[in-house]
Design a protein around this ligand. Sequence first.
Ligand code: SAM
Length: 218
Amino acid sequence: MAYKFVDNYRERGARKKLVELLKSRGIEDENVLKAIGKVPRHFFFDETFWNQSYKDIAFPIGDGQTISQPYTVAYQSELLHIKKGDKVLEIGTGSGYQTCILMELGATVFTIERQENIYNRTIQILPGMGYRPTFYCGDGSKGIAAHAPYDKIIVTAGAPLVPEILLKQLKIGGILVIPVGDEKTQKMVTVIRVSETDYEKIVLDTFRFVPLVGDQAW
Ligand code: SAM
């Protein structure tokens, strides 16, 4: 894939329109909208498909995976209530688009991808764009204990349940956002760790994610 980091008036205009579309679909957080307006999503696409990159759709990135729909990225980001300096664990790096949005929101990001091909591609692209999260390749369904506890954890693949082990890696007051359901559809779930032993769970809208595959997953 030839990556030419060209971001001209056409792409910037398309990004502005995408931001307006996401607003009309209910995204309210100004910081999230600003981040969507800043990250060049077409850089994650082969040049042949640049005309698809600012549509509000998921798109194949190879190896059976997709770059998430912008609405989904914005929705999950909004639920995380990222504050500058938050330590965030992202499970399912994929293209790295969501990673960039988290970093634009001021998070320090640890991100893990289980598919080596995707991992190898993303660790090239993001630094080329100026984003340097800490990358891992492996099964993120168990979290990354070495860097725990986290202010926020985001899972970008559909899980059959909320892995207990991820809850234990949250700080008190920390938030986990994870799609939970069967292989076809999932409900977005947020879990807030309110004390050492107590958690508050909120079940939200329905989405369709690729499966979270691993020890604490499918
Ligand atoms: N938000 C990403 C983006 O915008 O490109 C999309 C992520 S994609 C929908 C989900 C990713 O999770 C896939 O790349 C998949 O390989 C990865 N994945 C699935 N199970 C995983 C696991 N146990 N640990 C880490 N990554 C996993």
